[in-house]
Ligand binder design. Structure first.
Ligand code: GNR
Ligand code: NI
Length: 167
């Protein structure tokens, strides 16, 4: 059972900028544990705190094949980025919609672990994509905000159709 409910677009909390974490306490550890459990229950490869209604700069990611290597990033920051390619993305907060998004292919991220210790990772492939997607969430940006005008219009139509189906 997931511990936290995932907010669905267009929840206004998904558009807000999250605040830096400065207390590495048991409440943070509980949030991280709950987020990892929620991510696995939803079969996601990443989850950002605002997706569970917590506007703090916290994200969990697991891009391993077996889904047994959860990673935690607190106050993550992209310090360098290079290369560009488009890949298909989805978001647990926009279930059912997927589209191509252009992102950097190689990034270096600094972050803190659950004890507050700083670390740095060089990421490529799915980890690089996922970290950019999650850091966007911390800035109130969703992958559909990065689509071309035409593609965003198609998304809006899809969204309208969804609400017709549901009502
Ligand atoms: O589960 C997810 N899969 C995914 C696929 C391609 C690019 C990004 C992602 S992240 C997403 C989970 C999610 O919504 N994280 O915020
Ligand atoms: Ni997402």
């Amino acid at each position: 059972m997931p511990k936290r409910e995932i907010l669905i677009y267009p929840d206004p909390r998904l558009k807000q900028r999250s605040l830096a974490v400065d207390k590495f306490d048991s409440a943070l550890h509980q949030l991280l544990d709950d987020m990892t459990e929620t991510m696995y229950a939803a079969n996601g490869v990443g989850l950002a705190a605002p997706q569970v209604g917590v506007l703090e700069r916290v994200t969990v990611v697991d891009v391993s094949e077996k889904g047994d290597q959860p990673r935690e990033f607190i106050n993550p920051k992209i310090v360098s980025a290079s290369g560009s390619d488009s890949g298909e993305e989805g978001c647990l907060s926009i279930p059912g919609y997927r589209d191509l998004v252009r992102r950097n292919t190689s990034i270096v991220v600094t972050a803190q672990d659950r004890t507050g210790k700083e670390f740095e990772v060089a990421a490529e492939g799915l980890l690089a994509i996922c970290l950019q997607h999650e850091i966007d969430h911390l800035d109130g940006v969703l992958f559909v905000d990065r689509l071309s005008r035409l593609k965003r219009e198609l998304f809006r139509r899809w969204l309208r159709k969804q609400s017709e189906i549901e009502s």
